[in-house]
Design a protein around this ligand. Structure first.
Ligand code: ADP
Length: 599
């Protein structure tokens, strides 16, 4: 229902009350006026009767009724009043308006009857003689305490009515003018009361629309000014609270957005209250746009559901690793904790998700590595120990046999030394990379590659292998030359080791928009496809016996991969069995370009 405006409630009420009061005053005033006027007329008529009383009294004593009638007529003209003289018998002996002879007996007229009893009679009634309403006043004429007649004065009521009508008209006109004035004043005061309230209402609406910086103007009245002040204070307080809440929400959002861990906050019905971008990225789902989506609409995972159930039942944090399959298989560490408010009341559940795929893989690699290291070291040690025991406890006279045993021991010692050296190289590279102690400097790529070729030239010649190096002499890169030379050396060593005698090993470079590739191509035994993804792992060998026979440690490619990664690059391999293999080191071009501009 549409509500009436305050002014249209105040104004008509004011007007009605005032008009009612005015009407009451007017009606009672009119009545009083009428009464006053009638009383006044009656008094006037009485005094007129008394004025002519002495004159008529003597005529009546003389019973000169003719003169009485004449006198009455004369006096009536002056006084503008009808005058009638009546004898105690009711016979009219004088009248100013009518011939007394024609008038009937007046003894029963109420005013006459009263006057005949000695008091002043007074009545308003219809005059049969004049045929109109008249006001009569009858005064007794007393001679020596005996009523000898009655003098009656009268005026037509219509005269009184006309005069009263005139007065009423004036009163009505005055009331009308006053009413208009009152209406104007009422409207003015109603507006004075309603306008500040309307202004407060408009201000309150501004607050409701969120414009809390708006300030209400101070109305004149103390009560409304107090209200406006209270509302301004309330808005300022609200504004501060809203801003604080916004700032806190933004802080939380920023913190959540910058977190690496995925965070999902759930309400007691497992509907999402908050979810950060990391969670969406880890779970490979879009960040929910609508509020309060059910978690199951986003991910359906029995292990996660169980974790939430357990946390709810025990009301304490729980965690576990789950396998999550989307674009690839991932290991996620999910921690689930009760979400509590300031009163420690549970208001939901908090999930913190970590993608630990790499970590777990690394842990596995490290475990494998530890097992491999001990195995790789134990094998030559067992052999050395066996041959040393044999030499010690068996009396071997044959020097050739002794030499053979000692050579075997020597080979195993060399192998052990090589393994330990390679392990140390790996560890040093790791350490330096971590401590950022790699000696990066501008180097001409051709110089690094040439010095690696020089080191392995003899080994190549021994196996009748030709090394062909093609490299643009302009290519300068930012690198640690000794590390890069070591990586190139390892790849050249393998290329020579696993090539057929008489073949070529081609060392060539290629430059694209983004990187410099150094390719080591041989025409040797090649590697089967299934081994390719694993050849860079530590101690991984395609053919263990052959590798050992050739003095390999199984760590050469791992060192190459590590050195390349330390330089911000990556390694790759392509191979066809019995045709040959190409290992490549890819280094980002940024380093090379920067170096060129500096040079
Ligand atoms: P290793 O010391 O045994 O050579 P690497 O880490 O250098 O260890 O190499 C790992 C394995 O990869 C080798 O055992 C070998 O089987 C294979 N491999 C490396 N380079 C070549 C190559 N150029 N041609 C064929 N096989 C290779």
């Amino acid at each position: 229902m549409k509500k009436k405006r305050l002014i249209w409630q105040l104004f008509p009420t004011y007007l009605l009350v005032t008009l009612l009061a005015l009407a009451t005053v007017t009606v009672s005033y009119s009545r009083e006026m009428k009464k006053f006027y009638l009383d006044h007329t009656a008094a006037e008529l009485t005094s007129r009767a008394h004025l002519i009383l002495p004159q008529l009294k003597s005529l009546m004593v003389a019973q000169d009724y003719n003169t009485v009638n004449k006198t009455v007529n004369t006096q009536a003209k002056y006084a503008a009043t009808r005058i009638t003289v009546i004898l105690p018998s009711g016979v009219v002996v004088g009248d100013s308006d009518e011939s007394p002879v024609q008038m009937d007996n007046h003894a029963n007229r109420p005013e006459i009857a009263r006057a005949l009893k000695g008091s002043i009679g007074n009545s308003i009634r219809y005059s049969r003689t004049l045929q109109k309403n008249m006001m009569y006043v009858a005064v007794p004429v007393t001679i020596e305490k005996r009523i000898t007649g009655v003098i009656r004065t009268s005026v037509p009521v219509s005269d009184i009515d006309r005069k009263l009508g005139d007065m009423r008209l004036r009163i009505i006109l005055a009331v009308l003018v006053i009413s208009i004035l009152i209406a104007g004043i009422s409207l003015y005061f109603s507006r004075r009361i309603s306008r500040p309230i309307e202004e407060l209402e408009a201000g309150a609406q501004q607050f409701a629309q969120g414009n809390l910086e708006h300030s209400l103007a101070m109305p004149d009245s103390a009560e409304l000014a107090g209200l406006a002040e209270a509302m301004n204070e309330m808005a300022a307080e609200l504004d501060w609270k809203v801003k604080t809440a916004f700032a806190q929400r933004n802080e939380i959002r920023t913190i959540l957005a910058s977190m690496v861990e995925g965070v999902i906050a759930l309400n007691p019905n497992d509907r999402i209250i908050n979810m950060n971008q990391a969670a969406a990225d880890i779970l490979e789902v879009p960040l929910p746009k609508e509020e309060r989506r059910n978690l199951q609409e986003i991910i359906r995972h029995t292990a996660v559901e169980k974790l939430i159930r357990d946390s709810r039942t025990n009301n304490e944090p729980t965690s576990c690793d789950i396998v999550y399959n989307k674009s690839s298989e991932k290991t996620l560490h999910v921690r689930c904790a009760p979400l509590k408010d300031a009163d420690e009341t549970r208001i939901g559940t908090l999930l913190v998700i970590d993608d630990v795929t790499k970590l777990r893989q690394l842990e596995n690699v490290r475990q494998d590595f530890a097992a491999n290291v001990s195995h790789e070291i134990k094998t030559p040690l067992t052999a050395i120990k066996g041959f040393v025991e044999t030499l010690k406890h068996h009396d071997i006279k044959d020097t050739a046999e002794q030499d053979r045993f000692l050579n075997i021991i020597d080979r195993h010692v060399i192998r052990l030394t090589n393994i330990i050296e390679d392990l140390m190289k790996l560890s040093v590279i790791e350490q330096d990379a971590m401590e950022k102690e790699i000696d990066f400097q501008a180097v001409r790529l051709i110089d690094v590659l040439q010095s690696a070729v020089d080191i392995y030239q003899n080994a190549a010649e021994e196996r009748d292998i030709t090394i062909v190096l093609t490299c643009d002499s302009d290519i300068t890169i930012q690198a640690d030359p000794s590390l890069l030379e070591q990586a190139a050396g390892n790849l050249l060593d393998n290329a020579i080791k696993y090539s057929e005698p008489g073949s070529e090993v081609i060392l060539a470079t290629s430059v694209t928009d983004t990187e410099v590739s150094i390719n080591f191509q041989d025409h040797g035994i090649g590697i089967m496809k299934k081994h390719l993804p694993r050849v860079f792992e530590r101690f991984y060998r395609v053919d263990k016996a052959r590798s050992r026979q050739l003095g390999g440690t199984g760590l050469g490619l791992a060192i190459v991969k590590h050195i390349t990664q330390t330089h911000g690059g990556h390694v790759s391999v392509e191979s066809v069995v019995n045709k040959g293999t190409t290992f490549s080191i890819h280094l980002p071009l940024v380093a090379a370009k920067e170096e060129k501009s500096e040079a």
